[in-house]
Design a protein around this ligand. Structure first.
Ligand SMILES: Cc1cc2nc3c(=O)[nH]c(=O)nc-3n(C[C@H](O)[C@H](O)[C@H](O)COP(=O)(O)OP(=O)(O)OC[C@H]3O[C@@H](n4cnc5c(N)ncnc54)[C@H](O)[C@@H]3O)c2cc1C
Length: 385
């Protein structure tokens, strides 16, 4: 078999990339080890304005069910005191401040699009067995013994990328010494379409509104603070306590999933004719809900690289510009989030006063708040669109 591109991994990033390649008239084969597994993993994402525009540009935004548009985002330091919060309102800033979407709904909209696209073939329940890349000739053998020749291999196989291991590439890591507990809750009182983040000494706790009385939680816990308080039996009581019962009675509405938190960047985003995209290239702390958004920025840059290049599609250096630029952008994003995580969990009185003072002043400044929203809506990129 021959194709223009092979994508390993049909997560949101792999499928989005396949649609972009097809729009550029490139034939693409996606290899996925277990699609239903990924569809059943019902993650909740904060989506930026840039990500929304991207999904609109590939005509899937309108087909994603149950997107919740945020009215407010409020950040609290240590205590859930609404008067002290740094808050961003959609109405004040005249800008959208983000959306909440569920992974299975985004995936379903992408799958439907791919099924009707003649340039894209998706092979489920298979993986890559062997890769050979001599000069510009790339060939892979799948676990079900198909041989595919392609101009490029895009590794979209997530943070534990087997392709990266296979090619012997290393990551540069940030160890947070923390876990994230991810689950859904029901609450008696409305969340008022407000995404809330409380920076505790144990780590940031995020409430992402799904409906008015349901929220998705990301509770980051530094390992030294991990105690019975965060167990399945006690976590709702813990959330009621840290929010001063502002949400009324809280009940668990899903299983609790637990992840070790690490941030990383791949030492390189290309190796021969293999290109790394999304979580296979980078991972950041979930405190700003940016991981998937950064991957979408990668896909946007690949689109620009194809449209703007004077080289022949198939040349080894075709994606060098993408690799250089996105490595800078994603490394900066990882460093920004690492500093925020570090500073906000410090227990030094002087620093705590500085943070409170800083948050109060930003709260008073429409200019600074607009700058922050603009940066978040641009997926933390230091480059302008
Ligand atoms: C606790 C937590 C909360 C988060 N919250 C947010 C948020 O609010 N907003 C946000 O933007 N991001 C968030 N993220 C980050 C987000 O989950 C990831 O950035 C995103 O899922 C990455 O998508 P992906 O398509 O690159 O990888 P994945 O979703 O991991 O997809 C990889 C795909 O590759 C397949 N695969 C793997 N290996 C192989 C193989 N060998 N062969 C074939 N197929 C293979 C897998 O089955 C899967 O389908 C969060 C992350 C965590 C840990």
């Amino acid at each position: 078999m021959k194709t223009d591109a092979i994508i390993v991994g049909s997560g949101i990033i792999g499928m989005s990339l396949a649609i972009i390649l097809s729009k550029n008239n490139k034939k693409t084969i996606i290899i996925e080890k277990n699609l239903s597994n990924n569809l059943n993993n019902r993650r909740v994402y904060a989506l930026s304005e840039k990500t929304k525009s991207f999904f609109e540009s590939i005509s899937i935004w309108e087909n994603i069910s149950n997107i919740n548009q945020l009215d407010e985002m409020s950040l609290h330091y240590r205590n859930y005191i609404t008067d002290d919060a740094l808050s961003f309102k959609r109405i004040d800033s005249q800008k959208n401040i983000g959306y909440i979407g569920e992974s299975n709904n985004i995936m379903k909209a992408l799958i439907e699009k791919i099924e009707h696209d003649k340039n894209i073939k998706l092979y489920d329940n298979c993986s890559v067995d062997e890769i050979s890349n001599h000069l510009n000739n790339l060939e892979i053998t799948t676990t079900n013994k198909n041989t595919i020749k392609s101009k490029y291999l895009f590794s979209c196989d997530g943070s534990k990328s087997g392709i990266k291991k296979h090619l012997g590439l290393n990551n540069q890591y940030d160890y947070y010494d923390s876990k994230a507990k991810v689950f859904n809750i029901k609450h008696e009182k409305s969340n008022k379409k407000t995404a809330t983040q409380i920076f505790l000494q144990s780590g940031p706790v995020a409430f992402l509104p799904l409906t008015l009385n349901e929220s998705s939680m990301v509770v980051s816990i530094k390992n030294k603070f991990n105690s019975e308080e965060f167990s399945e039996d006690n976590i709702c009581g813990f959330l009621e306590k840290i929010t001063n019962n502002s949400f009324g009675k809280i009940e668990l509405n899903s299983k609790i999933l637990s992840f070790d938190l690490v941030g990383f960047d791949s030492e390189s985003y290309i190796s021969g004719n293999t290109v790394f995209v999304g979580d296979s290239a980078h991972s950041v702390h979930p405190l700003a809900g940016m991981g998937l958004n950064l991957g979408i920025s990668d896909v946007i840059e690949i689109d620009k690289a194809i449209k703007g290049s004077h080289q022949i599609f198939g040349d080894k250096n075709f994606f060098s510009g993408y690799a250089r630029k996105q490595k800078i952008v994603n490394k900066k994003a990882r460093q920004q989030l690492k500093i925020i995580e570090k500073v906000y969990s410090l227990e030094n009185n002087a620093i705590m006063q500085i943070i409170k003072f800083g948050m109060k002043n930003i709260q008073k400044s429409t200019f600074l708040k607009e700058k922050i929203i603009k940066h978040a809506n641009n997926n933390l990129s230091i480059f302008q669109n």
